[in-house]
Structures are given as C-alpha cells and as structure tokens.
Write a protein that binds this ligand. Structure first.
Ligand code: ADP
Length: 305
C-alpha cells in the first residue's frame, strides 16, 4: 500500500489582464515541494524552509485544504506533510494556492483517488480561505489542472481548461508588500457599462485568441480598462515596465494576482529573455530590490516526483 508521495506544485498567475478573478495560468517554475504520509489521525505540518509559516492546521492553507478533505472521507486517517516552499508567500504568484493544490492532489493519491478534480478544487479553495479569507479558485484551478483556466462560476463551481499555444512568461517580483485586502479595497464597486463592454470584448478576444493560437489577437486583447488603472498605482514603475516590455516585443501583460509581481507574455523564449533584460535595466533605476525570472506555461499542474 502506498503510504508516502511527493509532489511539485506550481506557481500561478491569476487575474490575466482583462480576466480579473476568472482567468489564470500555471507556470513551469517555481514549484513548491510537498511530501505527504498517511498517519492514524490529525494533521501534522513540518516546514523545511525558512518562511516560518504557521504549523497549526487551521492557520496554514495546507491544513485548511486537508481538513476540508478529511471531513468528506469515510476513512479514519490523518496526514503528515513536509513542506518545502520555494514560492515566496505574498509574492502574487499563488504561493498559498500551490500549497493547497499540492496537498489535496497528494492526499487524494494516497487515498486511492476517491475525489474528482472539482472536489479537489473545492477542498483547496478552503485552504485559500485560510490565507485570504475568501474561497477563490483563480490560482487553485490552474495549479491543479495546469495550462490556462477559466472560472465561469465559483458557486457552483464551473471551471474550463482553455487550450493555449506555447507562451513564455517573464515575471518581475519587486520586493515590496501589497496586502490582498488593500488591493481589493481600492477597487471601484461599480463600473461604467461602456468600460464593461470593452472588458468583455477583450476577455472574449483573449479566449478566442488562445484557442485559435492567434498571437495577434491575444496581444490586442491583453487590455484591462477596469482593474489595472487603479491597482497599478500600488506598484512603483508599473507603467515603465509595461512600456519597455511592449517595446521589446512582449504580447502584453499586467499585474499577477493582486501584485506586487508583474507578468509579461511573449511568443518565444528569446523574446521573453529580452523582455526580462529590458525590465531589469528599467527597474534598476528605481532603488527597489527585485527578482525576475522566465518560465513556460505548465500544462500539467501539480506533478508527482
Ligand atoms: P500568494 O498570492 O503569494 O499566495 P497570499 O497573500 O494569497 O499570497 O497568501 C499568503 C498568505 O497566506 C501569507 O499571509 C501566509 O502567511 C499565509 N499562508 C498560510 N499558509 C500558507 C502556505 N502553506 N503557503 C503560503 N502562504 C501561507
């Protein structure tokens, strides 16, 4: 009987420009590593990194997700989880979602797969509730399913995988803190109908462009007239980063999740690396520490090693 399993759970980009709260994608790198063992009862979390995340199951997204799963299992069991986080918490590339997604996929495997993908997303959303107070699926869905995902509805859950052509992602992570709650509070509660029409035209254009592999259409649909103009003021140098990225050949991009990370999509690896170099040059003048990296899209989601 299989008693232990190790998985790699990927970082994700949520709020894909015009797709606020509904479109996300999984990255090949970075990934968190989780090893999970069956035990007789309870949940024990062991942190093998320097992030000092809470060990109490109710305060860690791993625990939040697994407690939701255990409530629906008939077996009298528990789990011990060794967590090695590589994705920095609060960076805006789905650190908490990676923990929750990795935990539920690994635990389901140890239980011999009683739960559907939709169940696993539901459990992992309970983990996200521990991190942010809300059961959102925009990072969870791509982390579990891989590729680009559309959340057509969260309650009831209706998630669709969107086929996409090869895309390369350049990530800028300024070392500043943006609280998700602040990033939400500053958003307008009401929007103009004319802005809504522009936005849903772009969302439809982006989905069509991804499915047709039409990079031109993807590029001209990567426009957000509702959230980005407000949220980008929280990210120093955002407009500069976007301008130099587009000048260097990026298809487009925006704020990853609620920031502070920024992402840019490119058609090929060479362009994505040139975009990275242009961002590094532009951001070096700002007196803010930052990291950058380039990744492809991860079409598999959480994987076993
Ligand atoms: P991100 O978009 O990087 O996931 P969030 O703000 O959504 O950032 O989540 C990070 C918050 O969740 C931090 O306050 C962190 O302490 C808390 N947290 C609890 N457990 C975990 C975990 N296993 N992994 C990451 N963050 C966790």
């Amino acid at each position: 009987m299989l008693e232990e399993v190790t998985v790699l759970a990927p970082a994700t980009v949520a709020n894909l420009v015009c797709g606020f709260d509904i479109l996300g994608l999984a990255l090949e790198e970075p990934c968190d590593k989780l090893t999970i063992r069956k035990t007789r009862r309870g949940i024990r979390i062991i942190n093998l990194d320097g992030y000092n995340l809470p060990l109490e199951p109710e305060k860690n997204v791993i625990g939040g997700a697994l407690l939701a799963m255990l409530e629906e299992t008939r077996e009298e069991i528990g789990f011990e989880i060794e967590s090695t986080k590589v994705i920095k918490p609060g960076s805006g590339i789905g650190s908490s979602a990676a923990s929750a997604a990795g935990a539920v996929i690994a635990a389901n495997h140890l239980l011999k797969q009683p739960f559907s993908t939709s169940d696993l997303i539901r459990f992992a959303m309970c983990g996200e509730q521990v991190a942010s107070g809300a059961k959102h699926a925009d990072n969870i869905a791509p982390a579990i399913m891989g590729g680009v995902t559309l959340i057509r509805s969260s309650f009831p859950l209706d998630i669709i995988g969107i086929p996409a052509p090869p895309l390369f992602v350049t990530i800028l992570h300024p070392q500043i803190e943006i609280k998700t709650s602040n990033a939400r509070e500053i958003l307008k509660k009401e929007i103009l109908l004319k802005d809504a029409a522009i936005q849903w035209g772009n969302v439809a254009g982006l989905v069509a462009g991804l499915m047709k592999g039409d990079y031109e259409l993807i590029s001209r649909s990567l426009v957000d007239v509702i959230v980005e103009p407000i949220r980008s003021i929280l990210i120093p140098g955002f407009d500069l980063v976007k301008t130099v990225s587009l000048e260097t050949g990026a298809l487009g991009g925006g704020i990853s999740g609620s920031g502070p990370s920024v992402f840019m999509l490119s058609h090929d690896l060479v362009t994505a690396r040139k975009v990275e170099a242009a961002i590094i040059q532009a951001y070096s003048g700002l007196n803010i520490d930052f990291h950058t990296h380039v990744s492809t899209i991860n079409n598999q989601g959480v994987r076993f090693i």
